[in-house]
Design a protein around this ligand. Structure first.
Ligand code: NCD
Ligand code: ZN
Ligand code: ZN
Length: 444
């Protein structure tokens, strides 16, 4: 029998306090006060005064590195980090070794995720065989596998060939899939190391122009319109990209877009210290771009925040900038960065955070229905996927103390607001008192 939890005085979506009863995997009661009389023996009462309850967070863009780079992250360590960050579902990117471009690989990732038990793992399927950008991968077989893939991406590489991109967009319509594009014109970014601008000129690193991202987004929204398909733009990072997505949506094109926490707060000024922790793809941009993506997220042009959690080995980051790998971790800091940049600044409410970090990503990934539905409202009868966050807490980020197996967080030493106190996956606690519940994997 599963544990019954009574959450006392919690604030659903930051609203008025209420008592919530989680029982047999679902939210059973939401009332001003729930009396403990008559509750099953062994009911665990959590005094949640001042805590905000959100639907379990859903990440549309996580790199779990398994299979192939288990030295940097495994499905178990990455999903444990996700639970610690308040997530109940993640989409695992396809740029593994081997690439997740067959039904066999996506089913393996899905099974390992299920066995680990921390969050629901939804594998992303590659668009092209081996991410090589030449031949379409077996999208249908992945969609109809046990992993039920709906999101397809060559992330890390751009689907550059417009004919291949067109075919992928056409193909995924058959199973209501979406192509998630890493928008990067490869010829315009050969050898690029950081954002092209004043800072790149001053520090002498090769620049990566905004137009390299924007040109692909412009092309792809027109392709999506032409074939009547769904497009998702990964980790959008420039003011011009926000404008393009705004224009496309105004025209009725079925496009969605994501921004990462780091692009909401960090700028290319950080490259001045040549610390490769700040080397990422797409690169950190200017303050004007940061302002534009914040505005785009607040006004709904950008649909979601996705972490692009990209763990890397020490040797791939403890080296000179030009030799270092692109990417930074993010699962355990995402909610805090969104709180700091969007909630504490008055741009968004907690209900808006639920929308951009749970409801919308679940809908884009088509995981918002069925037995394992995610991103559902906090209502009686819905699955008990929840995160409890203490918005008044302040913590100093320490890479070594995180659950991820890698330490390439850009926020080491930063004070960030907010702390995940508890996470529930279908009524089962994965995190309690701010710490992962050790019996999670074993309980299955
Ligand atoms: N974001 C990154 O800088 N790196 C990602 C790939 C990607 O998201 O493009 C990775 O896999 O390391
Ligand atoms: Zn990418
Ligand atoms: Zn990525």
């Amino acid at each position: 029998m599963s544990t019954t939890y009574l959450l006392r005085g919690v604030r659903p979506l930051g609203g008025d306090p209420a008592d919530l009863l989680l029982q047999d995997g679902a939210i059973r009661r939401i009332e001003d006060t729930i009396d403990t009389d008559g509750l099953p023996e062994g009911t665990v009462v959590i005094e949640a005064d001042g805590l905000v309850a959100l639907p379990g967070l859903v990440d549309l863009h996580t790199h779990l590195r398994e299979p192939g780079r288990e030295d940097t992250e495994t499905i178990a360590s990455g999903t444990r980090a996700a639970a610690a960050g308040g997530f109940t579902a993640v989409h695992a990117m396809a740029n593994t070794t081997p690439v997740a471009d067959t039904a066999g690989v996506v089913e393996q990732v899905w099974r390992l995720g299920r066995d680990a038990g921390w969050v629901d793992v939804h594998p992303v399927g590659a668009v092209s065989v081996g991410l090589a950008g030449e031949q379409l991968a077996e999208l249908g077989a992945m969609a109809h596998s046990a992993a039920r893939v709906r999101v397809f991406s060559d992330d890390g590489k751009c689907v550059w060939d417009p004919v291949l991109m067109r075919r992928a967009l056409e193909y995924v319509k058959a199973f209501d899939g979406v192509v998630a594009q890493h928008a990067q014109e490869p010829r315009l970014t050969e050898g690029a190391q950081m954002n092209e601008g004043v800072v790149s000129a001053e520090v002498g690193l090769q620049g990566w122009p905004a137009v390299a991202e924007e040109a692909i987004i412009a092309r792809d929204v027109l392709l999506a319109e032409h074939v009547g398909s769904r497009l998702h733009v990964c980790h959008l990072s420039t003011a011009g990209s926000v404008e393009l997505v705004r224009w496309a949506k105004g025209r009725g094109i079925d496009v969605t877009a994501e921004v990462t926490p780091h692009h909401l707060i960090l700028t290319d000024e950080l490259a001045r210290g040549y610390d490769p922790r700040f080397k990422v793809n797409p690169p950190l941009r200017t303050q004007a771009d940061v302002d534009a993506v914040r505005e785009g997220l607040a006004d709904g042009t950008i649909d979601i925040v996705a972490t692009d959690h990209a763990p890397h080995a020490r040797e791939d980051k403890d080296c000179e900038w030009a030799a270092a790998a692109f990417g930074m971790t993010g699962l355990e800091t995402a909610l805090s960065v969104v709180q700091q940049t969007m909630v504490d600044t008055g741009r968004m409410t907690w209900a808006d955070v639920a929308r951009v970090m749970s409801t919308n990503p679940a809908r884009i990934g088509r995981i918002d229905t069925g037995e394992h539905a995610q991103g559902r409202p906090l209502e009686v009868g819905e699955p008990a996927n929840l995160v409890l966050v203490d918005p008044a807490a302040v913590r100093t980020v320490d890479g070594a103390q995180q659950q991820t197996a890698s330490v390439n967080t850009p926020f080491a030493g930063h004070e960030l607001p907010g702390r995940v106190v508890a996470t529930f996956l279908r009524g089962r606690a994965t995190v309690l008192d701010g710490a992962p519940v050790e019996t999670v994997g074993a309980a299955r």
